[in-house]
Design a protein around this ligand. Sequence first.
Ligand SMILES: Cc1cc2nc3c(=O)[nH]c(=O)nc-3n(C[C@H](O)[C@H](O)[C@H](O)COP(=O)(O)OP(=O)(O)OC[C@H]3O[C@@H](n4cnc5c(N)ncnc54)[C@H](O)[C@@H]3O)c2cc1C
Length: 293
Amino acid sequence: MSEHDALYDATLRFAREIDARVDGERFDRDAWRDCARHGLLGLAMPREHGGSGEGARAIAAAYEAFGLGCRDSGLAFGLLGQLLSVQIPIANFGSEAVKAQYLPGLISGDLIAAHASTEADAGSDINRVRTVARAVPGGYRVSGAKIYSSMAPVADFAVVLARLEGDRPALIELLVPRELYATSRPISKIGLRSSPFGEIVLDEAFVPEDQVLGHAGSGLMGFMSTMEWERALIMAPAVGVMERQVRACVKYAQDRAQFGVPIGNFQAVAHRIADMKLRLETSRLLLRRAAEV
Ligand SMILES: Cc1cc2nc3c(=O)[nH]c(=O)nc-3n(C[C@H](O)[C@H](O)[C@H](O)COP(=O)(O)OP(=O)(O)OC[C@H]3O[C@@H](n4cnc5c(N)ncnc54)[C@H](O)[C@@H]3O)c2cc1C
């Protein structure tokens, strides 16, 4: 038994309970809170703020199990997105005061937060961010427009990536409370519908100095660190989804008979299932390897 098997099993049982309650069409705050209570937002978080202290491998195991047991992929994506793109940056780069201010509420599910980097002209090319932070006495005045921010329509605050005004071509990450920005209605998407995403518009929002994540100029480093965590782990629920699909296909191929035999006996069907199983195991190995690095 690996060290994370118990976590996997407990999360799978819990995910099946949640699955019976959610429809995957809209954000469900109660389900979110229950997931937090179960510990899904405490993984890799410092114990002194309510986390379990475990690392990336625990996140991979728990969220793979969640993806297998719960069909609401948007819920898994929303939770994991917040953990990787808000909580881990705060835990890694926040001051002690910032950690104490936000982590307990995020871990317990009482607070929800968005990560706001992407803009209309700044996707992969993140250095094109145009949202600007102008230094003023005591903090920064921030103006600009973000798009595709997951959870923005329901979040209590956002981690906003901005460009420092002036000659320095440097970025800064700031923690901005909901009262200081406008949000759009949720943008419609074809999947992950229960993790609503939307725009964040800032107009001369005053953000005090102590709400800077890291320091002025560390924004790009902070963003790249977030991307490392996301690239490694955001696929975890999808591996669980793949396993659920393989199991469903195997069962159907065993139950469905034609010409007096289960269709799984036909080589063309068996080959397809073998290919699915191969892709599942390859993805799982990649996830576990990524979580170890
Ligand atoms: C479900 C979902 C949730 C999201 N949540 C958030 C969020 O919470 N916060 C946030 O800030 N953003 C979020 N995003 C936005 C996401 O981060 C961006 O979509 C991403 O950065 C890519 O930017 P883009 O969509 O502008 O694509 P583009 O940068 O325009 O890329 C389009 C295509 O060009 C390719 N491409 C781009 N540059 C290169 C290159 N140099 N070499 C080769 N190929 C290249 C890309 O791979 C891609 O296939 C979310 C997006 C989705 C779909």
